[in-house]
Ligand binder design. Structure first.
Ligand SMILES: *Cc1c(COP(=O)(O)O)cnc(C)c1O
Length: 455
C-alpha cells in the first residue's frame, strides 16, 4: 500500500531542511493523478497527487501533504439548510472532510459553544469578543477530539488495528478514549514530564502508554521511526493530513455560529501550528463555496514565551522557523520544532495578523481572568490565548470595534498543577453554627487588618 517510506525518519529531518533550501521539484504530473475521488492527498508545494494512503510527506519533494477536494462536486452537494438540520457535532460538515464511504459517526465530537464573552470583553474594552469553547469538547475536553475523530475514520479505512500518536497530552487523551469506543488498540507516546491528569486521563481508557525520557520533539522523531517499521496508524504522523482536516471544523462552526459570517480576527494557540492554518483553510473554503461573504480575517497566533518558535518568526517577519528547547507550564503547546510552523507564520503574516507570547505568570493570570469573568476554566494553553489577546488589544493590533474570536482549546481540570500556590489552603471548621460565626468574624478581622496594612 505504501511502497516508499523506509526512510520517513529521514524525511522528517529532510523536510525542515527543504523548507529553507528547496531543491528543484520533481514534477510527476499525471503519473499518479487519480480521478473520480472525492478527495485525495496532494503535495503542498509541487502539487503532485498521491491518492489516499497513510503518508504525510511528498515522496518526490518531501514537503507536507494536504487533502485536496473535488470542489465542483461539493459545490453541487452542499447546502446551509441541510447542514443546519443535522445533529450538532462535527459530522454535520461531512462533505468538507476526508471521510471514507463507510465511517462510524457515532462519536458526537465538536460543535462546542461560541460564547459572547461580554465581561471579558469589558476587560479588553471591546464589545465583540467571543470564546470558541473547546474546553468542553466531547469526549475528552479539548479540540484534539476533532482531529482524532477524523483520523480514526481513515485508520479503520486503511485497516490499522493499532492506533498511536506522539502527544503533548490532549492528543493522548483523545486517541485513547476514541480508540476504546471504536475498538482499536492504542499505544501512546508522551514526554516524561506531562501533567499527571493527562497521563491518568489516557490510562483510564486502557491505552498502553510509553513515557519517553525527552521532550515532544524527541518523542515525535521516535514515532516517525516506529511508523516506518510497524503497521500502526499514528494519527499525527502517517495519518497527519487526514487528522489535520479535523481542525477545519473549528472554523466552520465559528462561521455558522456567527450566523454564517466570518469574524474580523481570530486568536489561536499554536503548538505544531496546524490548527491556525486549518481555521484559515476552513474560512477560505466557505468563501469559495459561497456559504459566507468574502471578508478579510486577521489571524493572530499565541505561544508561551518558553516555547515560541512560531511567534518569534512572525515578530522577525519571516516564515522560517528556528527550533527551540521548550521550557513552559503550557505543556500542550510545548513543541520546539513545529511541523506546520512555516505555514502558520505564513498565514499570520499573509493575513495582516501578528503573534504574541506569554510568560508562565501571564499564562496563569490569563486562566484566572477567563475563569473570573466568564466562568470558563481553561488549561494553560487557554491562558496563553487570553494573555496574548490582552497584549494584542493593548498594542492596538486587534481593534476594539471589530469582532474577535478567541480559541479556547483545552480544559483547566487537566492542568490544575499550574495553579498550585495561587490560592490559600482552606482550613476546615466544625459543622456548627457557632464555628461558622467565628469563621466570619475571623475573615472580617483579617480583611480589616489587611485594609489597614494597605493604607
Ligand atoms: C494541540 C493543542 C493546540 C495546538 O495545536 P496545533 O494544531 O498543533 O498548533 C492548542 N491547544 C491545545 C490545548 C492543544 O492540545
Amino acid at each position: 500500500m505504501n511502497p516508499l517510506p523506509q526512510a520517513a525518519g529521514f524525511l522528517v529531518y529532510a523536510r525542515n531542511f527543504c523548507m529553507v533550501n528547496r531543491k528543484p521539484k520533481l514534477q510527476k504530473k499525471g503519473e499518479r493523478m487519480t480521478t473520480n475521488l472525492r478527495y485525495e492527498l496532494r503535495c503542498r508545494e509541487c502539487q503532485t497527487r498521491w491518492g489516499n494512503q497513510p503518508i504525510s510527506f511528498c515522496q518526490s519533494c518531501f514537503a507536507p501533504l494536504e487533502v485536496a477536494y473535488d470542489w465542483d462536486r461539493i459545490r453541487k452537494e452542499i447546502n446551509k439548510d441541510e447542514i443546519a438540520r443535522r445533529p450538532p457535532n462535527l459530522w454535520r460538515y461531512r462533505e468538507l472532510l476526508p471521510l471514507p464511504e463507510q465511517y462510524d459517526s457515532s462519536t458526537p465530537a465538536g460543535f462546542t459553544p461560541l460564547v459572547h464573552t461580554v465581561k471579558l470583553g469589558e476587560k479588553l474594552r471591546s464589545r465583540s469578543v467571543y470564546v470558541k469553547n473547546d474546553a468542553v469538547c466531547f469526549p475528552t475536553l479539548s479540540f484534539k477530539d476533532r482531529v482524532v475523530a477524523v483520523a480514526l475514520t481513515q485508520a479503520r479505512n486503511f485497516g490499522f488495528d493499532v492506533v498511536s500518536c506522539s502527544s503533548t497530552g490532549n492528543l493522548a487523551n483523545a486517541v485513547a478514549a476514541q480508540a476504546a469506543r471504536l475498538g482499536f488498540k492504542a499505544c501512546i507516546f508522551i514526554p516524561a514530564d506531562l501533567e499527571p491528569a493527562k497521563v491518568l486521563g489516557t490510562q483510564v481508557y486502557g491505552a498502553q502508554i510509553v513515557r519517553i525520557d525527552g521532550n515532544y520533539d524527541h518523542v515525535n522523531r521516535l514515532c516517525s521511526q516506529i511508523a516506518d517499521k510497524h503497521r500502526w496508524g499514528f494519527v499525527n504522523v502517517n495519518l497527519r493530513p487526514y487528522y489535520a482536516e479535523g481542525s477545519k471544523t473549528v472554523g466552520y462552526e465559528i462561521a455558522e455560529q456567527l450566523g454564517w459570517r466570518l469574524p474580523d480576527n481570530v486568536v489561536v494557540p499554536m503548538a505544531g501550528g496546524s490548527l491556525i492554518t486549518k481555521i484559515y483553510k476552513a474560512f477560505r473554503e466557505l468563501i469559495e463555496l459561497g456559504l459566507v461573504e468574502e471578508k478579510p480575517v486577521k489571524f493572530f497566533g499565541a505561544q508561551a514565551t518558553g516555547c515560541s518558535p512560531i511567534s518569534a518568526a512572525v515578530k522577525a517577519g519571516r516564515n522560517e522557523i528556528e527550533p527551540q528547547k521548550p521550557q513552559t507550564i503550557a505543556r500542550s503547546l510545548a513543541i520546539g520544532n513545529p511541523a506546520d510552523g512555516f505555514y502558520a507564520a505564513k498565514t499570520i503574516l499573509g493575513t495582516g495578523g501578528w503573534a504574541e507570547d506569554a510568560s508562565d505568570p501571564e499564562i496563569v493570570d490569563g486562566m484566572a481572568l477567563l475563569a473570573e469573568t466568564e466562568g470558563i476554566f481553561t488549561e494553560t494553553a487557554g491562558g496563553v490565548t487570553v494573555a496574548a489577546a490582552r497584549k494584542l488589544f493593548a498594542q492596538g493590533r486587534i481593534l476594539r470595534d471589530e469582532t474577535t474570536v478567541l480559541c479556547i482549546t483545552g480544559n483547566g481540570l487537566k492542568t490544575t498543577d499550574a495553579l498550585a500556590g495561587r490560592f490559600e489552603a482552606v482550613e476546615p471548621i466544625a459543622p456548627k453554627l457557632a464555628a461558622f460565626e467565628q469563621y466570619l468574624e475571623d475573615q472580617f478581622a483579617g480583611a480589616r487588618a489587611a485594609g489597614r496594612g494597605a493604607a
